[in-house]
Design a protein around this ligand. Structure first.
Ligand code: GLC
Ligand code: GLC
Length: 811
């Protein structure tokens, strides 16, 4: 069953039934100030850091689901309702939620009154703007009351839900006309406050939660709204909120707009106060003044839409498959931008207080938004590289507010260093900006330790070869890409985390074939880069190590029908026919296939055929098979999950594209395509009841064939799945792939795809690439014409022109 539909022209997903199988959310904000908003207006805001600067409160895993948000209540002659259906859940006459590019419009109607709320964060603004439009469609005069509502978070989202002996005494607010200010802890070390305003005089307000709700009421029966009278409460401690009360009269057919601004301000220590205990409101007033009129708001909204037009114009696909078009042109790119902004911090599955930015995650996310905002990708690469250690090892995570490595988790994830090469190489192929290699970048953020970024890449490469195991394969350390394959952990204590517990790496023989494949593929890239920039000796040295790794994989990493996954602490095989469970894994087969290890000897074909036979199922490719049915202390967290979920034989969508790309190495376009469609959300829209999460973005995991409920997805939005699927579809399946010297045209498509066109902006020039596949082949190019002239080979050279370069490709 579907709960809505795609409006492709507007780039919106339109939800028409508020009872979605899980809250379907959207993100507002492009930089610093962000909000999460569900289809019933649940969610919260923060500035810069979801943990340390949480502006409004949200309760995860609450009952009922998704309670707390940016609510508007209407009291129309005793009937109380919300335009987004929740929290009152009064049956509406109509309901619609449009999630667009960083904006959401929620619209409901009841008894001849329409209420529409546009939510967005204007560009370069530390505030969320809400435009409320009320329209009297009845033939009678309507006198109604409108109440706004947000609940403040006491800034640190973690202590906010732990330290009640303090919290319940600290809350402070100020009310000035129609603006409610939240200033908890501003009296001491904080130099920031938040505010919530409306552009008309109010008849009343509430700032104390219990006054508004009534102590024993939920959000669905706020006392003030039900009584139709605000008490003008001023919060002293307990739980500060902000609610405006407005009396509104509407003639038949009349409509009115109101503008609310929910903002955040930072003041210099010297300028904190207007007078004793009275906060300096200058900056808040300035922002509020920018959004006084409907014209101001509409202008800011159209600027945001232009910003998105520009971002999305870098890659436009025209094909006969509308689902494919909408994923490639809109939703997949949008999700990539969201993962850039949020990494793995704040979603409806990530509480915003756990992980900061992941070293490997952020490097992988890069490839999804490079073509849109290369300057910010550059900055991100430098930030990430600054958390590396001099020996090439890396902090596994860092906190966005401080950009410092996170000591709690530390280092030792041995795939991490390679991802820096991965991110940087892709950045340079997109931009041609080699100057980034000369950038001076510190180690562990220590001033004085700076070396060039190129040097960082060298130590990344060397970190792998300095840490080889008994078979000449990379030692795994705490874990490789699979955080849950903890081969040196041996934890029997339920009170410790698999992720942070002390690892017994000393004397360990645990080696990773996933890192081996990654090293062969991106070690080669490192060597190619060295040749390209004239560092020939280094290139020769690197190639030798890559060749050794290939030998080691062929000798010790091949199991007969597929690539092994790893050797454990004791040197025993994992992911082998000799194992009873976990005989075969996706990661090593994906990476060794992409790297083309043993391609000529048929190893890649065999490995991918085994993947098809053993790992593929109706809903995608599972991570391992058979699933672990009991806890294996020597394998770690992977076996802690019930069969079919997460890393234990779930369909971990992040790694499915590794197999798709592997299939393109073999030229099997039909199969790559089949895998692509299986996990691609737009193709799963009809399955929403089973799939549960949003049909417009990828989920990290879909339950696998061994699960209780195969096909049920979780952890939508913040996942490397977004960037990897974007890479797979645009660069390997549609096959338009940036190189240092131009655009390589190398599609590997399903044989029944007869034609498609890609309009690609690349280093300032627009290429219109028309691919014709009259003979129904899957791979291989007969001829390419550039502006009418035959090109030799399939690398489009860089052409500097303001005209669109016309490229005709015959497969
Ligand atoms: C999560 C982590 C990522 C890891 C993956 C597999 O998505 O963010 O770093 O690679 O799980 O364990
Ligand atoms: C858990 C998850 C894994 C994630 C890790 C991050 O182990 O299973 O997906 O990468 O936590 O801390």
């Amino acid at each position: 069953m579907k709960y809505g539909y795609f409006d492709d022209n507007k780039r919106e997903y339109v939800i028409t039934n508020p009872r979605t199988p899980w809250p379907w959310i959207n993100y507002l904000g492009t930089k610093d100030f962000f909000s999460l908003i569900s289809n019933t207006a649940g969610g919260y805001s923060f500035c810069k850091d979801a943990k340390f600067r949480r502006i409004t409160r949200y309760r995860y895993n609450g009952v009922p689901m998704d309670n707390g948000g940016k609510y508007f209540y209407i009291n129309d002659a005793g009937t109380v309702w919300n335009p987004g259906w929740k929290p009152c859940k009064t049956e509406l006459d109509s309901y619609e939620c449009r999630h667009g590019m960083n904006y959401t419009i929620i619209k409901g109607s009841k008894n001849g009154l329409e209420a529409e709320v546009l939510f967005f964060v204007p560009l370069e603004t530390w505030a969320e703007v809400q435009k409320v439009t009320l329209n009297n469609t009845s033939d009678k005069v309507k006198k109604i009351q409108l109440f706004s509502f947000v609940e403040w978070c006491l800034w640190n989202a973690q202590t906010d839900m732990e330290n009640f002996q303090r919290n319940l005494s600290t809350g402070e607010v100020e009310v000035d006309g129609s603006v409610i200010y939240h200033k908890t802890e501003y009296r001491e070390r904080r130099n920031h406050y938040a505010y919530y305003s409306v552009n008309v005089p109010v008849t009343g307000f509430e700032t104390d939660r219990e006054s508004f709700l009534g102590l024993y009421n939920g959000f669905d029966e706020p006392e003030t709204v039900l009584q139709g009278k605000a008490k003008n409460s001023i919060a002293h401690g307990w739980s500060p909120i902000a609610s405006h009360c407005l009396e509104i009269e509407l003639q038949p057919g009349e409509s009115k707009d109101l503008i609310f601004v929910l903002g955040y301000v930072e003041n210099d220590a010297k300028e904190k106060w207007e007078s004793k205990k009275v906060i300096n409101k200058t900056k808040a007033r300035q922002t509020i003044a920018r959004f006084r009129s409907v014209e101001d708001v509409d202008k800011a909204w159209s600027d945001l839409k232009k910003y998105w037009d520009d971002l999305l114009n870098a890659y436009i696909l025209k094909s006969e498959d509308e689902k494919l078009n909408r994923m490639v042109n809109t939703w997949n790119q949008y999700q990539c931008m969201i993962t850039f902004c949020f990494s793995r911090s704040a979603s409806f599955f990530e509480s915003g207080i756990g992980r900061g930015m992941g070293f490997r995650d952020s490097n992988q996310d890069l490839i999804g938004f490079l073509h849109q905002i290369p300057e910010r990708a550059r900055e991100r690469i430098i930030d990430i590289a600054s958390t590396q250690f001099p020996d090439g090892g890396c902090y596994h995570q860092y906190q966005p507010l401080t950009k410092k490595g996170n000591n709690e988790i530390g280092q030792g994830f041995n795939d991490d260093p390679m991802w820096l090469i991965f991110g940087t190489v892709h950045y340079m192929k997109e931009t041609g900006d080699f100057s980034i290699l000369d950038e001076m970048v510190p180690f562990d953020n220590k001033p004085g330790s700076e070396q060039t970024l190129f040097y960082h890449l060298t130590v990344s490469f060397d970190h792998i070869i300095d840490n080889l195991g008994p078979h000449g394969l990379p030692l795994i350390g705490r874990a490789d890409w699979n955080d849950c394959l903890n081969l040196n952990c041996f934890s029997d204590n339920p009170d410790e985390s698999f992720q942070t517990t002390e690892n017994k790496t000393e004397g360990s023989k645990a080696e990773s074939l996933m890192i081996a494949g990654l090293f062969v593929m991106y070690g080669k890239e490192y060597a190619d880069l060295c040749s390209y920039i004239g560092k020939h000796e280094e290139s020769v040295r690197a190639r030798k190590h890559v060749a050794n790794m290939i030998d080691a994989v062929k000798k010790f990493g091949w199991d007969g029908e597929w690539f092994l996954r790893a050797y454990d602490f004791f040197g025993k095989k994992i992911g082998s026919k000799e194992n009873e469970e976990g005989k075969i894994f996706i990661e090593s087969n994906g990476w060794c296939a992409m790297a083309g290890i043993g391609l000529n000897e048929g190893l890649v074909t065999k490995a991918l055929d085994s993947v098809k036979e053993r790992l593929d199922c109706e809903h995608g490719i599972v991570l391992n098979n058979p699933a672990y049915t009991t806890y294996h202390i020597e394998s770690g967290e992977i076996s802690s999950y019930p069969e079919g979920y997460k890393e234990n034989a779930g369909i971990f969508c992040h790694n499915n594209p590794w197999i798709m790309i592997g299939e393109t190495v073999l030229g099997r376009g039909d199969r790559a395509w089949e895998y692509y469609k299986k996990i691609c959300p737009a193709y799963l829209e009809e399955l929403s009841d089973l799939h549960k999460v949003e049909p417009y973005v990828y989920a990290q995991m879909i339950a696998g064939k061994d699960a209780y409920c195969p096909g049920e997805a979780k952890n939508s939005w913040l996942t490397g799945t977004a960037a990897w699927n974007y890479l797979a579809i645009t660069q390997y399946i549609l096959g338009v792939r940036p190189q240092y010297d131009g655009l390589l045209i190398d599609p590997c498509i399903p044989s029944d795809l007869k034609s498609f066109t890609v309009v690609r902006r690349f280093r300032g020039t627009t290429y219109q690439i028309e691919v014709n596949n009259r003979e129904g082949s899957m791979k291989g190019i007969k001829q390419i014409k550039v502006d009418g002239k035959i090109l030799s080979g399939n690398l489009l050279p860089l052409i500097r022109t303001d005209n669109v370069v016309k490229v005709e490709v015959e497969m």
